[in-house]
Design a protein around this ligand. Structure first.
Ligand SMILES: C[S@@+](CC[C@H](N)C(=O)[O-])C[C@H]1O[C@@H](n2cnc3c(N)ncnc32)[C@H](O)[C@@H]1O
Length: 261
């Protein structure tokens, strides 16, 4: 039933989604043309995708502690690394989009809630070694694999924070001056998502960008996304179905865009 609802939500998205011809805002037009739409490949992408392939081919199984909304495909606490790589890790298309966003806006401090095997973290961390990526994960066995993947890619600008976001995020935020870019990809439930959003806003500034994953994953997530869009702190929001991008920039008129991706 959940899958039917999800397919229906996707159909609605397809009917609503527009392209650059509907964009009258110069900021949005430029963003769509130069960041959202392009498909240029960078040399690092191949190395990151080689790690994904290695994870997909792995025959290793690990004990998983799930502190989030859980998986739709497995309720077991013992999971194959290959299954995590297949079902939990974001497809390359989205990693590449996050790379382009980071490459374009050049945020200095980047947070990721939900490291998993570190594939998308690697896209976030690879544009510039001066940018720091702080990535949060609750499962020690998953986090250990991610750490090895960062070493294989020689990524020295990634700091992993192990533990429940509910505890680790507020602690880390106290020690962080300001945050420039956040990718929220874990614990896809309404209340935790809104709590993280409020906590993140406290260290955000006009140029901070927040990217929420799986905004249509469930009716709870759709409610959270509606609340986020309504927030007086938020100006422009972009719905790409699998991801929602949030801008806080006061100079932009409040508007929600549903765009083809
Ligand atoms: C969808 S996966 C992240 C995928 C990753 N961003 C990528 O694309 O490669 C979500 C991860 O968040 C972690 N997680 C979920 N809820 C959590 C919580 N409350 N605290 C810490 N980690 C959590 C899970 O263990 C899981 O590894």
């Amino acid at each position: 039933m959940k899958n039917v609802q999800y397919a229906f939500r996707y159909l609605i998205y397809l009917l609503r989604a527009k392209d650059e011809h509907s964009l009258h805002s110069p900021f949005l037009f430029e963003l769509y043309e130069n960041v959202i739409e392009p498909s240029a490949e960078y040399y690092k992408f191949k190395e990151i995708e080689a790690i994904r392939s290695e994870m997909l081919l792995s025959d290793k199984t690990i004990e998983v502690i799930d502190l989030g909304a859980g998986s739709r495909v497995s309720k077991s606490s013992v999971r194959k690394v290959s299954s995590i790589a297949k079902h939990a890790v974001k497809q390359d298309k989205f990693g590449k989009l996050l790379f382009r966003l980071v490459n374009h806006f050049k945020p200095k401090t980047i947070l990721e809630l939900g490291t998993s095997l570190g594939v998308t973290t690697s896209y976030l961390a690879t544009t510039n070694s001066q940018q720091q990526v702080i990535t949060f994960e609750g499962c020690p066995n998953i986090s250990a694999i991610a750490e090895k993947n960062f070493q294989k890619l020689d990524l020295k600008n990634v700091k992993q924070v192990l533990g429940n976001f509910d505890k680790t995020l507020p602690i880390e935020l106290v020690n962080t001056d300001k945050i420039d870019f956040v990718y929220i990809d874990g614990n896809h439930r309404k209340e935790p998502t809104l709590t993280y959003f409020k906590q993140l806003l406290e260290k955000s500034h006009n140029e901070t960008i927040l990217v929420f994953d799986d905004i249509h994953w469930s009716s709870e997530m759709e409610t959270a996304w509606r609340e986020i869009k309504k927030s007086s702190n938020v100006s422009v929001t972009i719905d790409l179905f699998y991801l929602g991008i949030v801008f806080l920039r006061k100079e932009l008129a409040k508007q929600d865009f549903v765009l083809k991706f």
